[in-house]
Design a protein around this ligand. Structure first.
Ligand code: GTB
Length: 216
């Protein structure tokens, strides 16, 4: 059955792979499932046809036959549960990998998003510097804790899993901040994720969409 995902017609990140369709693309590449993309504009995202797929008018969505999903984390979990390659077979190891997915999307991503919101929307506030420093302290706290847990392991719990896919994707949001380089094992962890052939295929595919939109 054909899988179709929705992605930005023109990603505001300029093709850096930071939009959340990248996580879904990466998961599909890891498990070797081909997929189609449907490009949507910001305007189309808020129109009834897209809202029927995504109640919040966002990307990505995922369609496969009569199944329609939204929320990138749920989509990655769906892919990982149905195809080999992203979750271990052992029930306990599988539960731990899913735990890491949640940890990435909640405990780690929340302060990272707070930092982005502060930098993007609160720059002109009198309390901006104070707020930024408080938010960055929270990000560093989480990075330090994650760094301690990862230690010198390649991946969070044995072999590469959907938990690593989500964690690397979340950490990539910090790439331009310089904060990751304070934690050499986390920088190396992210680099290992980016070096995976499936990641590269997904990255190139999303970049091709951006490039076509810019030159077309
Ligand atoms: N929790 C949802 C999920 O994981 O699927 C969040 C989905 C979401 O935030 N979608 C964003 C969106 O559709 C795109 S990914 N936004 C349009 C809107 O809300 O109207 C978030 C994103 C956007 C841009 C960058 N960037 O430019 O760097 C990075 C991440």
């Amino acid at each position: 059955m054909t899988i179709t995902i929705t992605v930005f017609e023109r990603s505001p990140d300029g093709g850096k792979g930071l939009a959340r369709d990248m996580r879904v693309r990466w998961a599909l590449e890891e498990v070797g499932q081909p997929y189609d993309v449907r490009l949507v504009s910001f305007k189309a995202m808020k129109e009834p046809a897209h809202l029927a797929l995504h109640p919040f008018g966002q990307i990505p969505t995922y369609e496969e036959g009569d199944l329609a999903l939204f929320e990138s984390g749920a989509i990655v979990l769906h892919i990982a549960e149905r195809h080999a390659g992203l979750l271990p077979n052992d029930a306990s190891a599988r539960a731990r990998a899913i735990t890491w997915m949640f940890a990435a999307l909640t405990t780690m991503e929340q302060p990272i998003v707070d930092r982005e919101v502060t930098k993007l929307l609160e720059r002109n506030e009198t309390w901006y510097e104070q707020r930024l420093s408080a938010v960055e302290e929270r990000v560093r706290k989480r990075l330090g804790e994650l760094s301690s847990r990862l230690g010198d392991a390649d991946w969070l719990d044995g072999t590469f899993s959907a938990g690593d896919l989500e964690m690397v994707s979340v950490l990539l949001r910090l790439k331009s901040s310089g904060m990751l380089s304070e934690y050499p094992n986390l920088s190396a962890y992210v680099a290992r994720g980016e070096a995976r052939p499936a990641y590269k295929r997904a990255f190139d595919a999303q970049l091709a969409v951006f490039t076509a939109a810019s030159t077309g």
